[in-house]
Design a protein around this ligand. Structure first.
Ligand code: NAD
Ligand code: UDP
Length: 355
């Protein structure tokens, strides 16, 4: 079975996708600096996979290091090659993802996201590995002019984080010009939420969360006093902003579908929205949470957050046509699984890290 390098494989999307790929039979090399994740997450992936220790030792290897370190990357490619089992493809999650932080520290974001990816691509070129699935983001559409958003919509990111993602998409496009053997999938995620249904892995924000689902989780366990709803004057039916939330397991399966597509078609660069095509308002999400966790969640409507848009909903039809992939899970499952993860791991992976 093919061998994959998963950069950032210990993170939120990386762990769920690694699990799906392991279950599909792939051998994995996970590379992570653990700057925003925990080795416990990988232990949990192993546990859910049900593989025994011999199989795990053979099929799942972990390297701790930074994607900006070319020698480190080259060493991984060389070691696999020498073992007679070279890396066939890369799923590239590693990077920094906070919009706020990117505004405060743009140089760090350009360095990690852009230079990190450039270094990774250099190592891939040198080692004749030319298949990559890249984590792009719906953020690159900025304030979209029409809804649902198609892949052909204008790219106009409004923050440094989104600009790094757009720049990386450009670099990937340039690569196909110098070598037509590149197989590239740029996956533009909408809003990934929820957790694996076992509640063993999930989103583990370090520090104060900014995203809606982790914030609601913390309000529901009284860690945060109140949910601040950013804006009650948006042009939507209930006046709160609407997003296209996608269950993390649907997103993980989207990566498997993209990889299968790349491996079974002639080399190309394909760009796809990964979303459900359905939008929910902040108030609709709060209402679903209240039903699932059976309590009233305190909220107050405050001013709009800078840089937010009224509505972001994907047109996911290209992913269905090209990959045969579409989301299967409902908002209720997103909330239920996200809440289950929160209840079982009120401090994320921290408690097990301390053992
Ligand atoms: P995450 O922070 O949970 O995972 C990223 C992983 O990369 C972490 O484990 C982190 O330790 C690792 N990492 C960071 N910098 C590194 C470096 N220099 N070298 C090696 N490892 C490094 O984030 P996530 O939510 O799993 O996101 C994965 C990818 O998807 C990111 O590229 C992100 O920008 C993108 N994305 C995420 C979302 C989202 O809402 N979660 C939406 C769109 C796109
Ligand atoms: N949101 C909110 N309060 C919060 C966090 C988010 O009202 O504490 C809103 C936010 O304005 C947006 C939606 O919830 O309309 C989703 O926000 P998130 O940060 O999760 O994703 P993104 O802004 O990247 O779409």
């Amino acid at each position: 079975m093919a061998k994959l390098l998963i950069t950032g494989g210990a993170g939120f999307i990386g762990t769920h996708t690694s699990l799906v790929l392991l279950e599909a039979g792939y051998d994995l090399i996970i590379l992570d600096s653990f700057i925003n994740s925990s080795p416990i997450a990988l232990k949990r992936v192993s546990q859910i996979s049900g593989l025994n220790s011999t199989e795990l030792a053979r099929r799942l290897k972990t390297y701790t290091g930074d994607i900006r370190d070319l020698d480190f990357l080259e060493n991984i490619f060389k070691t696999c090659g020498q073992e007679g089992n070279p890396i066939d493809a890369v799923i590239h999650f590693a990077g920094l993802k906070s919009v706020d932080e990117s505004v405060k520290n743009p140089l760090l974001y350009w360095d990690v996201n852009l230079n990190g990816t450039k270094t990774l691509l250099t190592a891939m070129e040198k080692n004749n590995c030319r298949t990559i699935v890249f984590s792009s983001s719906a953020t690159i559409y900025g304030k979209a002019q029409s809804i649902p958003i198609q892949e052909t919509a204008k790219i106009q990111p409004i923050n440094p984080y989104g600009k790094t993602k757009a720049a990386i998409e450009n670099i990937l496009s340039d690569l196909t010009g110098i070598n037509p053997n590149w197989r590239i999938a740029c996956l533009r995620y909408f809003n990934p939420v929820g957790a694996h249904p076992t509640g063993l892995i999930g989103e583990n924000p370090l520090g104060t969360p900014n995203n809606l689902f982790p914030v609601i989780n913390q309000v529901a366990i009284n860690k945060l006093k109140v949910l601040k709803i950013f804006g009650g004057d948006w042009p939507t039916p209930d006046k709160t902003a609407m997003r296209d939330y996608i269950h993390i397991m649907d997103l993980a399966e989207g990566h498997l579908a993209a990889l299968n597509y790349l491996q079974n078609s002639t080399p190309e660069l394909i760009t796809l929205n990964l979303g459900s095509g359905k939008g929910y308002s902040v108030l609709e999400v709060v209402s679903e949470y209240q039903k699932v966790c059976r309590k009233k969640l305190p909220f107050e409507v405050v001013n709009r957050r800078q840089g937010d848009s009224a509505i972001s909903i994907a047109d996911p039809s290209k992913a269905l046509t090209k990959l045969g992939w579409q989301t299967k899970r409902t908002l209720n499952e997103m909330v239920r699984d996200g809440w289950n993860w929160q209840v079982k791991n009120p401090k994320g992976y921290l408690e097990e890290e301390r053992k």
